[in-house]
Design a protein around this ligand. Structure first.
Ligand code: FAD
Length: 461
């Protein structure tokens, strides 16, 4: 069994980042991954000349940790940005695709004319958005609220239904009625405390930021797909990190640290990083600390599914003048969102092809993951015909299922994290990383791995 002193459970981007930062600190480790491959939900495939991402396709440029990692791996020259000059997102409302108005920061309007002319919102909401400007800041910090409560307070129910819900469903597969505003839109809560009005707050902040902001695209990714990042990490951590393809079945505390069992064999480590989903960390921790396990288990997850369809571009008539569309729950049957891949990113789709990448599942519809590929294809095609008028046969399709993959930061998430982190203090050598705690996106997952590695380096080596 391994001689390394640190074990990492989970070979997604969080576990791989932990492995990379341990490697850089000169600390050998052992990474356990139960699937037969690394990357977790990151999977890139080239089909018929088209680059298909089964999971994430890019990361937000505003959060630096993914780009830092990419630079450290020597991949900076392979980074591409989203085609922001074509960035329009449509919303399916009452039988038509309506562009989201310009100048919207999530659900916060920052430009007057596009808000007046948009067909996404009715006059009542537009008026309310205008009046929000005069909202004064309160004296006491309110307790955590759901995103729906927060957005309703500022802009009314229609902004929840047609802005917050579809935008968050696309990111978390979650519902604004469950998600915690402090955890999901923490910056907006700060702006509310300072300015009262979100619109005034966002505009003031933007003025401050614009002096130092560069012209980064909204999203960045690697030309050859995010699978390239996984491949580079796998190369860079060898041979300092031994990868074991097998599930970690059990974890126990010892006088010198921790021991874990994989494929029936026990191995001892000074420190263990659980870079797996919180419910899996809970299962492993239960015999050591039942209460901590129950707090971890309280973090719910949503399931998601992507279906990419490739078409012959000569037979495709719908204009692809945007990044794609969102379907609000109020109007939804099954489809949550669809990305027009060739428009969002250059080089990913050759001129003779069109690729539509559809998202399904989420908290509302986990059952879709149980349906056969053929059944899902039928559902997606019917919805694309209804929404985009696309009736052509796809020349290929790919389905990717991600059960219980997206952590939901529900009401009270911050409190839960505080309890979890306090309790971990008493469990010397046990650390958590992953999308269940301080951010669900790839940059946040990279940061979680980096922080776990630096705590280990500072404390144990
Ligand atoms: C469809 C989809 C689209 C997304 N799009 C974006 C996007 O565009 N941009 C963005 O920034 N983020 C996006 N995200 C979110 C982001 O990709 C994820 O939050 C992130 O990749 C999670 O990484 P992770 O390593 O924490 O978890 P995972 O990728 O889930 O990896 C965890 C790993 O742990 C392994 N494991 C679990 N239990 C055990 C065990 N007991 N023993 C051994 N191994 C175990 C699992 O097999 C898995 O490989 C998307 C997510 C999904 C599902």
């Amino acid at each position: 069994m391994p001689k390394a002193e640190v074990a990492i459970v989970g070979g997604g981007i969080s576990g791989l980042s932990t492995a990379w930062y341990l490697t850089r600190a000169g600390i050998p480790a052992c990474l356990f991954e139960r699937r037969g491959r690394l990357g977790g939900v990151i999977v890139t495939e080239v089909v018929d000349g088209c680059l298909i991402e089964g999971g994430p396709d890019s990361f937000l440029s505003a959060k630096p940790w993914a780009m830092e990692l990419i630079r450290e791996l020597g991949l900076a020259s392979e980074v591409i940005g989203s085609n922001d000059h074509l960035r329009v997102t449509y919303l399916w409302k009452r039988g038509r695709l309506v562009p989201l108005p310009d100048g919207l920061m999530l659900m916060v309007p920052t430009r007057v004319l596009p808000m007046i002319t948009t067909r996404v919102l009715g006059w009542g909401t537009k008026l309310r958005m205008g009046l929000e400007w005069f909202r004064a800041s309160g004296n006491a910090a309110p307790p955590d609220r759901t995103v729906a409560e927060f957005v309703r307070e500022h802009y009314g129910q229609e902004a929840v239904d047609y802005l917050a819900e579809p935008l968050l469903a696309g990111v978390y597969g979650g519902s604004p009625e469950e998600l915690s505003v402090a955890s999901v839109l923490g910056r907006f809560v700060e702006l509310e405390a300072r300015y009262g009005s979100l619109t005034r707050g966002v505009l003031a902040e933007r003025r401050r930021m614009s002096a130092r902001a560069g012209s980064l695209p909204l999203f960045q990714t690697l030309k050859a797909g995010l699978g390239r990042l996984v491949e580079a990490l796998a190369g860079a951590i060898a041979p300092s990190v031994e990868v074991h393809y097998g599930e970690v079945e059990a974890l126990e505390r010892t006088s010198a640290g921790w021991r874990l069992r994989s494929q029936g064999a026990w191995a001892d480590f000074r420190a263990v990083v659980l870079a797996c989903p919180a419910y899996e960390a809970a299962r492993l921790i239960r015999s050591v600390d039942g209460e901590l396990a129950s707090w971890l288990e309280e973090i719910p997850y949503s399931s998601s599914m992507t279906v990419a369809l490739g078409y012959d571009s000569r037979r495709f008539s719908h204009p692809l003048n945007g990044f794609g569309f969102l379907v609000p729950k109020k109007e939804r049957r099954r489809l949550i969102a669809c990305t027009w891949v060739g428009t969002k990113f250059p080089h990913r789709v050759p001129p003779d092809r069109v690729v539509l990448r559809c998202f399904l599942g989420g908290r509302e519809d986990p059952g879709i993951l149980e349906r056969s590929d053929e059944a899902v294809l039928g559902i997606v095609r019917e919805e694309l015909a209804r929404i985009m008028g696309v009736t052509e046969e796809p020349v290929f399709y790919r389905v990717a299922r991600w059960p219980a993959s997206m952590a939901q930061y529900t009401l009270g998430h911050q409190d839960r994290l505080r309890r979890i982190e306090q309790r971990l203090e008493a469990l010397d050598g046990l650390l958590l990383a992953g999308n269940a705690y301080h951010g669900i996106g790839i940059p946040d997952c990279v940061r979680s791995g980096k922080e776990a590695a630096s705590r280990i380096a500072a404390r144990y080596f």
